[in-house]
Design a protein around this ligand. Structure first.
Ligand code: FEO
Length: 169
């Protein structure tokens, strides 16, 4: 059994992960409209990752005999002024998610839920990777500035990203 406080905090994080999925899906559409298929592919993989993050929490809550309550998901933005601005938004969003995961761990510690503390370690490590990935892409986009050929090279590189389902445990 899980405490009501922990249950509510996990339900909120399920919503936040689903918002992340919708935000990146909105970015898929943005890049598709620009004709940058590789960027769009990178975001499509990101959508799958966010869905997996949400489902990991969903299944965990059920395994603890908790009640999943799906909350309303805010409408994400749909317009950015450039690929760099879009990736800077991704980076800021992932920093926010890191702080939300940390708050979730704070709740687990407060209610002395050791199983949840252990389970959430995966999410803490995942956030390090999430932030590193978008920080690296932001740095490249800053370097190339308005060089269209270089942008197409990055598009090719991002087009090679494939989804590998994570094992969340
Ligand atoms: Fe679910 Fe991108 O963190």
């Amino acid at each position: 059994m899980i405490s009501e406080k922990m249950e509510a905090a996990i339900n909120k994080q399920i919503k936040d992960e689903m918002y992340s999925s919708n935000l990146y899906l909105s970015m898929v559409a943005y890049f598709e409209n620009l004709g940058l298929k590789g960027f769009a592919n990178w975001m499509r993989v990101q959508v799958q990752e966010e869905n997996a993050h949400a489902m990991g929490l969903f299944d965990y809550l059920i395994s603890r005999d908790g009640r999943v309550v799906l909350e309303t998901i805010d409408k994400p933005p749909f317009e950015w002024s450039s690929p760099l601005e879009c990736f800077e938004a991704v980076y800021r969003h992932e920093q926010l998610v890191t702080s939300l995961i940390n708050e979730l761990v704070d709740v687990a510690e407060e209610v002395k839920d050791r199983a949840a503390i252990s389970f959430l370690q995966w999410y803490i490590k995942e956030q390090v990777e999430e932030e590193a990935n978008c920080s690296e892409i932001c740095a490249k986009l800053k370097l190339i500035g308005s060089d269209a050929n270089a942008l197409l090279l990055i598009d090719q590189e991002l087009g090679a990203r494939t989804y590998v389902a994570p094992v969340i445990a």
